[in-house]
Design a protein around this ligand. Structure first.
Ligand SMILES: [Cu+2]
Length: 147
């Protein structure tokens, strides 16, 4: 039984390994960490930790929110979601916006990347009666964030 199954199992395991290893991120990803929100209501900038986000370590980012003409946007409520689009999983933690550090600057805490590859970070922003979303792509390799 074991003998007859193992060759095909080995092949399946090998193929699965190859597919995972070879799923390179799309080459046309927008890797910018500052851009307009989807409908242009805000300009959003993500600042990673100065030392770069190390794999498997909890860390914090900052989110800078402004109007299109550069005025800081205070008292926004920002929901965070994201994960690895090619792997179908989210973050291993529950990152969230915890507080406004200074006008228009928000702390994104509880971040942790569990592996290298392409991650997306999605923000749902509401300020007053204006709502908009922003999506960022981060490609991580052993050296940090690919630019
Ligand atoms: Cu993954």
């Amino acid at each position: 039984m074991f003998r007859s199954l193992s060759p095909s199992l080995a092949i399946v395991a090998t193929l699965a390994g190859l597919v995972t290893a070879c799923a390179a991120p799309p080459t046309d990803l927008d890797l910018s960490l500052q851009h307009a929100s989807s409908h242009g209501a805000f300009v959003v900038r993500l600042d990673p930790p100065p030392t770069g986000p190390a794999i498997n370590q909890m860390h914090a980012w900052q989110v800078r929110l402004s109007t299109p003409d550069g005025a800081p946007v205070s008292q926004a409520s920002i929901a965070f979601d994201g994960g690895m689009p090619q792997h179908g999983h989210g973050f291993p933690t529950k990152p969230r916006i915890t507080r406004e550090i200074s006008p228009g600057v928000y702390a994104l805490e509880g971040m942790k990347f569990s592996m290298t590859g392409w991650w997306d970070m999605r923000l749902d922003i509401r300020a007053g009666d204006v709502s908009d979303g922003a999506v960022f792509n981060v490609v991580l390799n052993e050296a940090g964030i690919r630019r």
